[in-house]
Write a protein that binds this ligand. Sequence first.
Ligand SMILES: Nc1nc2c(c(=O)[nH]1)N[C@H]1C(S)=C(S)[C@@H](COP(=O)(O)O)O[C@H]1N2
Ligand SMILES: [Mo]
Length: 232
Amino acid sequence: MKGMDEERGAPVGRRIVLGMLGLGAAGVAVGSSLQRGVTRAFSPVNGIGDVLPAVGGFRFYSVVGTVRTPRDLRVQVDGLVGRPRGYSPAELAAMPQTRVRRDFQCVTGWRVPHVEWSGVALPDLLDAADVSPRARAVRFHSFDGTYTESLTLDQARRRDVLVATAMQGKPVSHDHGGPVRLFVAPMYGYKSLKWLGRIELTETVHPGYWENLGYDVDAWVGRSNGRDDAPT
Ligand SMILES: Nc1nc2c(c(=O)[nH]1)N[C@H]1C(S)=C(S)[C@@H](COP(=O)(O)O)O[C@H]1N2
Ligand SMILES: [Mo]
């Protein structure tokens, strides 16, 4: 399987501090050991999250490298809905905003504590779209043309799943997936799709980019995921 540490990405910010404290090496070691086996992908990270102090910095990830987003960008909500429509970033920012502060955690071992996101709670957009009773899942598409993600409809109706237009009180930067990205607070970072372009209601879950490469579809942080090989 292809590992996340093959992604292009530049360490930023406090990752340098992490290295100075000698914790960077631990994080990297865990990250690379995760790449060896799909079966071990989650449980070691859950443990590390508990013992590592809350320090760390973002990496900028993009599986395709440079991404261009259209100037007149709209996030389309369609598929199994009665009222498909597109939203400009400005329209999203003008809707009732939900704010979520949570640690941001990549499955490879890095974590950024207390990141604040705001945007439209996904259930609000789903309600506005009049979701068909046939829809059981949501598929997210990125303007990068390659990355996709998925949630069950139940997961997508959580109010800590955001169509985010702001991060740390500022518009989401391009490198962090702006102008609009998904933020799935309770799950590992790979669920939080960047450069969000389309929210498609589907009958079944379509595993996303990393999930097709072996990562769990249910990416809850700090849960066993019901895996047979997970520690109790
Ligand atoms: N379109 C797209 N979204 C993506 C990714 C990606 O490569 N492309 N990487 C995912 C992973 S593995 C993580 S940990 C986070 C990283 O977010 P950041 O680049 O803002 O730090 O984005 C997620 N969303
Ligand atoms: Mo990640």
